[in-house]
Design a protein around this ligand. Structure first.
Ligand SMILES: [Cu+2]
Length: 157
């Protein structure tokens, strides 16, 4: 009897030894690439539900390279800056969106077509990697469901 209880204990989840809670990936989307374009961008929102974490890498079978980029304005000129990692504060959504942080795909194996999708794997310092399916939206799209308003000034006090 004792060894059966021991086995049950071994099979039960061990919260104390488990990795930190998974990072939630919500509303991923990519913009359709015009023509035969080989460069694309993916946007999404991340929430670290465990401890604070860091997004350290991105990979996809759809492109040769996936990089973390941020578009910054410098002297009125939009510049893309490559980031090594992105800090994810605990429980605070971090949003990638057009004109700001984005995941840049270069060397796309085929153009991203609206209605299609691609698979993306995100790696973190602490949490286990997460693989998501990213729907491709029309080239002019601002995001899923028309995207949440970026800043609702009427609610800001
Ligand atoms: Cu970029």
């Amino acid at each position: 009897m004792r060894h059966i209880l021991l086995l049950a204990a071994l099979l039960a989840p061990l919260p104390s030894l488990a990795q930190t809670a998974p990072v939630e990936v919500s509303q991923p989307w990519a913009r359709a690439t015009p023509g035969h374009g080989t460069t694309g961008a993916v946007y999404l929102t991340l929430i670290a539900h465990g401890t604070a974490d860091t997004l350290t890498g991105i990979s996809t079978p759809a492109a040769e390279m996936a990089m973390l980029h941020e578009t910054r304005m410098e002297n009125g000129v939009a510049k893309m800056v490559m980031l090594d990692g992105i800090d994810l504060p605990q429980h605070v959504p971090v949003t990638f969106k057009p004109g700001a942080m984005h995941i840049m795909l270069t060397g796309l194996k085929q153009p991203l077509k609206a209605g299609g999708s691609l698979t993306l794997t995100l790696s973190f310092t602490l949490a286990a990697p997460v693989t998501v399916s990213v729907p491709v939206l029309a080239a002019g799209s601002a995001g899923p469901q028309g995207a949440a308003p970026e800043h609702d000034m009427t609610k800001m006090q």
